[in-house]
Design a protein. Structure first.
Length: 235
């Protein structure tokens, strides 16, 4: 079997259940992107985009065959939104890197979202939850409320990562806590397992970013000047 057919059509039997090669491979790209993102390396974005494209094919059956009965249109839509937000994040981290980046070699200096940014994200979350829930329910997506939560949180977390907000790690944890039972009930077992891994990894990532934020934004004058330049460019 050639590599393309191996990826698109291949399955493993695990515990009596067929598991798609592409579901495992797509999640592997997602984990690699998360690790690179924790280190604030630009490669997190293109690696993540590859994973998004692969995982899109996993969650819909109208175009691509899959062993699961249920469609998760929110999970599929999540990959599409990821592409758009990831392009923005890629561009933004590249721009930050060209301007000097972070003192530790990262592409961006992490910071906490301010009060106005948090209010904007809460408002955006409220609107997206409303729109996504009724859209996914109309599409007969499995578990539309949980699926809408995951889609909304994923968009905001990716946007927060692009902006360098330390807070985005907590949004991911909220996504993972809902995602594990939803994916398990829908029989997307590799994705459910990866969400457990992601939740633990997010705690590690949060600590890493919080420490970097404390060191850089309350440490050397060079870091403080870099952070002020970043804030001025966002204004």
């Amino acid at each position: 079997m050639d590599p393309i057919h191996w990826l698109l059509d291949g399955t493993w039997m695990i515990g009596g259940h067929p598991v798609l090669h592409r579901e495992v491979v797509g999640n592997a790209f997602g984990l690699a992107s998360a690790i690179l993102g924790m280190r604030r390396l630009i490669w997190a974005w293109p690696i993540g985009i590859i994973g998004n494209i692969i995982l899109f094919t996993v969650f819909v059956s109208g175009i691509f065959d899959k062993p699961q009965v249920h469609d998760l249109w929110g999970q599929a839509g999540r990959q599409v939104f990821f592409l758009a937000v990831s392009v923005y994040g890629w561009w933004r981290w590249e721009r930050s890197k060209r301007r000097g980046g972070a003192p530790d070699g990262g592409a961006i200096v992490p910071r906490w979202a301010n009060a106005n940014e948090l209010r904007t994200m809460i408002l955006a979350a409220t609107v997206m939850m409303f729109v996504f829930y009724y859209t996914l329910r109309a599409l007969d997506s499995f578990g539309p409320l949980a699926d809408a939560w995951i889609l909304t949180g994923s968009i905001l977390a990716t946007y927060g990562m692009a902006r360098g907000y330390v807070d985005f790690w907590w949004i991911w944890i909220g996504v993972d806590l809902v995602g594990v039972p939803l994916l398990y009930r829908a029989e997307y077992y590799p994705s459910a397992v990866m969400y457990v891994v992601y939740a633990a990894f997010c705690l590690v990532g949060f600590v890493a970013w919080a420490r970097a934020e404390r060191k850089m934004n309350h440490g050397s004058p060079e870091a403080l000047r870099g952070d002020r330049r970043e804030a001025m460019s966002d204004a």
